[in-house]
Write a protein that binds this ligand. Structure first.
Ligand code: PA5
Length: 433
């Protein structure tokens, strides 16, 4: 049990306003669960926690072990939905300075990322950082044609082949892509790379619990069985179409109510730096799913208390089109007691015996109160601990909430036609045939 809870007490939303959505929610729920596995509807993620390729799941664990044994670095090449989920989970569940720890302490390979930008500096710095280390690559692209990962993979294929020779390079390259379409699939077949499949009925931003996320996550030593258990828990917990009993649907409805009241920007707030990339994953999930037909809440993120010293002023007193969704982690994994200082020059002795987590929690309580006073409604989502189960549950919770929220907004959550606009212009400027 992960005990995820949604608290709307400070959202300014009355119970009646929520319940008024019951009919609409029921309709969206029915639409979502009618023919859930239709390949064309991209709803495979709904049943994924129980309905996944068990053989492939075991193979992921086996390959992760192999990479842990023969590599100091796993380079994950991908962008958007083929990147953010893995990074979010790894950063949430490993040491904050994981990649910087000495190998012995880290126990598992460094996990580095490429193909998520077009900066030559990033690429050259990455190559310098990898240096002579032993490396494996997981290149991930559902379409198999995305420019950023394709360029990165071209560069790193050459890197691998000159470092290891053709045969050994082939054994160290793992491809996650469509089961039969796309340039990457063709390349993988020709080069005989080991491949993993992104199911047809699961879109990029909903794919973290497929091989897309699971291979890098397992390689970082994270228990993917427990991650799936958390998602299973969420799947069964949020099945009820009655808003009264379904906190996931309450969150989806609350967002829509606030949106209609002019709160067009949602800030996902964390007080734990480990969750910074979870916010990035969440931003893509909601941004690409809802931002269509001139509609949608703009999803942004903040890390507190860090950003209270940068965005805090705007949130407190700027344009009043914001609401906050705070993820509260009740029990910190570790803590530090503040000691007495004989001279007390910093004036902190009043905190003697208190812990840093206690101070962090008081900062959270005080900030929520101040922001409510500043007319920034608050939704609080609490988890007991930051562990595999909780992250699995949060992933499924937000995926489902996003689909329902988009349904209420009457946009299709599973396409992203707008992403093509920049590509079209870029290809024209690049003279792509
Ligand atoms: O959610 C999505 O579908 C997108 O963000 C894709 O994941 C992203 O564009 C990468 O696409 P691909 O996996 O085809 O390289």
């Amino acid at each position: 049990m992960t005990n995820l809870r949604v608290d709307l007490d400070y959202s300014g939303i009355q119970n009646k306003e929520l319940l008024d959505y019951q009919k609409e929610v029921k309709a969206v729920h029915q639409e979502l669960y009618s023919n859930p596995n239709s390949e064309f509807d991209f709803k495979g993620w709904l049943d994924l926690p129980i309905n996944y390729d068990k053989k492939e799941f075991e193979r992921i664990k086996k390959v992760a072990k192999k990479i842990q044994k023969n590599s100091e670095v796993l380079l994950v090449i991908g962008i958007g939905g083929s990147y953010l989920g893995a990074r979010a989970v790894i950063e949430a569940l490993t040491n904050t300075f994981y990649n910087m720890l000495p190998a012995k302490q880290r126990k598992y390979p460094q996990i580095l990322f490429a193909g998520n930008n077009l900066s030559p500096n990033y690429m050259n710095d990455l190559i310098e950082c990898i240096g002579e280390k032993d490396i494996s690559i997981n290149v991930i692209s559902k379409s198999g044609t995305t420019t950023e990962p394709a360029i990165a993979f071209r560069i790193f294929r050459e890197f691998m082949e000159s470092k290891y020779g053709l045969d050994e390079a082939r054994k160290r390259i793992y491809v996650t892509t469509d089961k039969d379409k796309g340039a990457l699939k063709q390349l993988a077949d020709e080069e005989e790379y080991e491949t993993f499949v992104i199911p047809d009925n699961i879109g990029g931003r909903y794919s973290v619990l497929t091989a897309v996320g699971l291979l890098p996550i397992a390689t970082a030593g994270i228990d993917i069985d427990k991650l799936m258990l958390g998602a299973i828990e969420a799947k069964s917990r949020y099945l009820d179409d009655n808003i009264k009993y379904n906190e996931c649907y309450q969150y989806a409805v609350a967002r829509n109510i606030l949106y209609k009241k002019g709160k067009t920007n949602e800030i996902l707030v964390n007080y734990e730096p480990k969750m910074a990339y979870f916010t990035e994953w969440w931003k893509q999930l909601f941004g690409e799913s809802e931002g269509k037909n001139k509609k949608g809440i703009f999803p942004c993120g903040a890390l507190f208390t860090t950003d209270l010293h940068s965005l805090g002023q705007y949130i407190q007193e700027g344009k009043r089109n914001l609401f906050e969704t705070v993820i509260s982690i009740e029990e910190s994994k570790t803590d530090i007691k503040i000691k007495k200082d004989a001279e007390n020059l910093d004036g902190l002795n009043y905190l003697e015996g208190k812990t840093m987590d206690f101070v962090n929690k008081k900062a959270m309580e005080g900030t929520i109160e101040a922001h409510i006073f500043g007319n920034v409604p608050n939704i609080k989502i609490s988890i007991t601990k930051l562990n595999e189960e909780a992250i699995g549950e949060l992933i499924y919770f937000f995926e489902l909430a996003c689909a329902v929220s988009a349904g209420l907004l009457k946009v299709n959550p599973f396409n992203q036609p707008g992403v093509e606009a920049y590509k079209k212009n870029m290809f024209k400027l690049l003279g792509k045939p």
